[in-house]
Design a protein around this ligand. Structure first.
Ligand code: SME
Length: 154
């Protein structure tokens, strides 16, 4: 399971390196990264919320319709933004203030993207499985978003 997950991240990283494009706006690059993660892992929902107007606003994603804005400190996404750190939630029903965009989601990981030490966005991934995300996800997703942050221009 651990090795399988690591291999999937290797595949995802190769694909991401192959498609990231400095000649387009950040939107297409963020969209492609969401698409690659979704294609490789088949999670329930995978996408970005961007910091804009002092709130998190829905950005490129793969999966069902989602909440369009999240305030700082609210839900898992708003908490990861406020605390400037990755948050792994093994059971979203136990996370106080969890924002349920979909009742199918049972576990979640949220990874902030930094630019000049400021959070510019978060990557949010939801799973229908409990306990889906661990340190392997954290390390690999943090590496992916760090690379992606270089492609962000506001
Ligand atoms: N569950 C998130 C909200 C975003 S949706 O899951 C796409 C949260 O509590 O931050």
């Amino acid at each position: 399971m651990t090795e399988e997950k690591a291999n999937k991240y290797k595949l995802a990283a190769e694909q991401i390196n192959a498609v990231l494009d400095t000649n387009i706006s950040w939107v297409g690059n963020f969209a492609n990264v969401a698409a690659i993660i979704q294609d490789v892992f088949g999670h329930w929902w995978c996408g970005f919320y961007l910091v804009n107007n002092n709130q998190l606003e829905l950005g490129p994603f793969q999966g069902p319709v989602a909440c369009t804005s999240i305030q700082i400190g609210k839900g898992v996404c708003g908490t990861a933004w406020a605390q400037k750190r990755t948050i792994i939630v093994p059971d979203v029903h136990q996370f106080e203030g969890h924002i349920a965009c979909s009742s199918a989601s049972n576990s979640e990981i949220v990874v902030p993207l930094f630019k000049n030490e400021k959070v510019i966005a978060v990557l949010d991934i939801d799973s229908i499985h409990f306990n889906q995300f661990d340190e392997i996800d954290k390390i690999n997703l943090e590496t992916i978003v760090q690379r992606l942050s270089d492609f962000y221009k506001d």
